[in-house]
Ligand binder design. Structure first.
Ligand code: CMP
Length: 152
């Protein structure tokens, strides 16, 4: 993935994006402001793998534009199965960071995307500072586990 410089305009875009997504309503403007300096912006091209199933998780991703597919390979003998498509305002990569287990799925870019990236340590800080947001992320991870047919 290509690292892009983040400027003031991106910060305004991000604040707007987060406000449009119900999920992030649990974050206050102050909490969003604290997160901004820690965010990186990356561009992924079609076919690029952003997260690989089985790898150690080191970052959380929030989509600004584009589309990704979430694919799970359940064993050596079956093909990877697409369990979800995610677009602007959606996030991924939270599961491995919450449980310290390997990535549960491969996330591949299907439409050129811009994604905000929060490194694991900064993600943990946001979770610590905002219990409401932490709860919302945990609930979403639980739901995704269920939808993906992963053991609890
Ligand atoms: P993680 O396990 O860290 O890396 C792969 C990511 O794919 C995972 O976190 C979730 O963010 C995402 N993911 C897994 N299953 C689903 C699903 N059913 N719907 C949406 N996203 C998912």
């Amino acid at each position: 993935m290509e690292n892009l410089p983040l400027d003031g305009r991106d910060c305004v875009d991000l604040a707007r994006l987060l406000r449009q997504v119900d999920f992030f309503a649990s974050l206050t403007i102050g909490e969003i402001e604290q997160m901004l300096p820690h965010l990186l912006l990356y561009r992924a091209r079609v076919g690029e793998i952003i997260v690989r199933q089985g790898e150690i998780g080191d970052a959380f991703f929030l989509m600004k534009t584009g589309q990704v597919a979430v694919r799970i390979k359940r064993n050596w003998f079956t093909r990877a199965e697409t369990v979800a498509h995610l677009g602007p305002g959606k996030f991924f990569g939270e599961m491995a960071l919450l449980t310290n287990e390997p990535r549960t799925a491969t996330v591949v870019c299907t439409e050129e995307c811009h994604v905000y990236v929060l490194r694991s340590c900064d993600f943990q800080t946001v979770l610590r500072k905002s219990p409401a947001f932490a709860e919302a992320v945990r609930n979403m991870a639980r739901l995704r586990r269920l939808l993906s047919g992963l053991p609890r």
